[in-house]
Design a protein around this ligand. Structure first.
Ligand SMILES: [Zn+2]
Length: 44
């Protein structure tokens, strides 16, 4: 069975942290970057 390398690592678009799978990345974003995303578009 082949596995694609691109699917193995998930990179956070916010802090560029690398996670083993997409599930951990999803939890990371939801836990850490959720507040930033919840603010909306204030333009920093
Ligand atoms: Zn992050």
């Amino acid at each position: 069975m082949f596995r694609i390398d691109m699917s193995q690592e998930s990179k956070c678009p916010y802090c560029e942290s690398i996670f083993e799978d997409n599930d951990q990345l999803s939890k990371h974003i939801d836990k850490i970057h959720n507040n930033e995303d919840a603010i909306g578009t204030q333009g920093f």
